[in-house]
Design a protein around this ligand. Structure first.
Ligand SMILES: *Cc1c(COP(=O)(O)O)cnc(C)c1O
Length: 227
């Protein structure tokens, strides 16, 4: 029997996927969601799932590893790098040389090569994670030596606004950093993915060049803590 919540999730996934240009990948952002909710999204056609928290992700990935590609989209602490390498197919949130080096070391031990994105703090907010826009090139330049990581692009959250138009300059700034890196043509670096935009801002993000959007609320509804 199909439950009501599964129907709603499937409808949302279908509606979003039909509205996205073909080159844009939907990553379902699933922090705080149940295994049943995530399974419903995958059954409705979601092929990429993003999680913020290692511990919550562990159970899901072990149950559904082959049903989707798993992206780490939350802040990653260095002492969790080993688990992240075991669990995820891509880490979208590399934001320091120390973390990059640790991931590389862990990948080497597991004979794995990890695709990564660099998280940009496009709003230059002290409270947010990510590399400052002006420091992105320096970090990626360093990372060209890491044999087990492949830099594939950039990710940004941007400041959260009620009006998504206000996020546009931050997406534009991230896009500019993306284009500069692409022109540098570094080894182990191929700029393919620009991961920007969430439920309230993904349309603006796509207009500014995003080809990965991370959407939670519009698929699953408000999270419990948000009422
Ligand atoms: C929660 C989250 C999202 C999705 O946010 P919604 O507003 O629920 O769509 C996207 N990216 C990251 C990094 C998140 O933590």
């Amino acid at each position: 029997m199909v439950e009501e919540f599964e129907k709603k999730i499937a409808e949302s996934v279908h509606r979003i996927m039909e509205s996205l240009p073909p080159e844009v990948t939907l990553v379902a952002a699933v922090k705080g969601r149940s295994v049943a909710e995530v399974r419903a999204a995958i059954e409705a056609g979601v092929t990429h799932v993003g999680h913020n928290y290692i511990q919550e992700a562990e159970l899901m990935v072990d149950l559904m590893r082959d049903s989707a590609k798993w992206h780490m989209i939350g802040h990653l602490q260095r002492n969790k790098a080993k688990k992240a390498v075991r669990l995820f197919d891509k880490v979208e949130t590399v934001d320091s040389w120390h973390l990059a080096r640790e991931l590389d070391k862990r990948c080497a031990r597991m004979a794995k090569t990890m695709p990564v994105l660099i998280e940009v703090n496009s709003g230059r907010e002290a409270s947010k994670t990510g590399v400052m826009p002006e420091d992105v090139e320096g970090l990626v330049w360093h990372m060209r030596e890491l044999e087990h990581l492949r830099v594939q692009g950039l990710m940004t959250m941007g400041p959260r606004f009620g009006d998504p138009e206000h996020a546009r300059p931050f997406f534009q700034e991230t896009r500019k950093a993306f284009d500069r890196l692409a022109r540098m043509d570094l080894p182990h670096v191929s700029m393919h993915y620009l991961s920007m935009g969430m439920t309230n801002s993904y349309r603006v993000a796509i207009e500014e060049g995003a080809n990965v959007v991370r959407i939670g609320t519009k698929i699953f509804g408000q999270r419990g803590s948000e009422g």
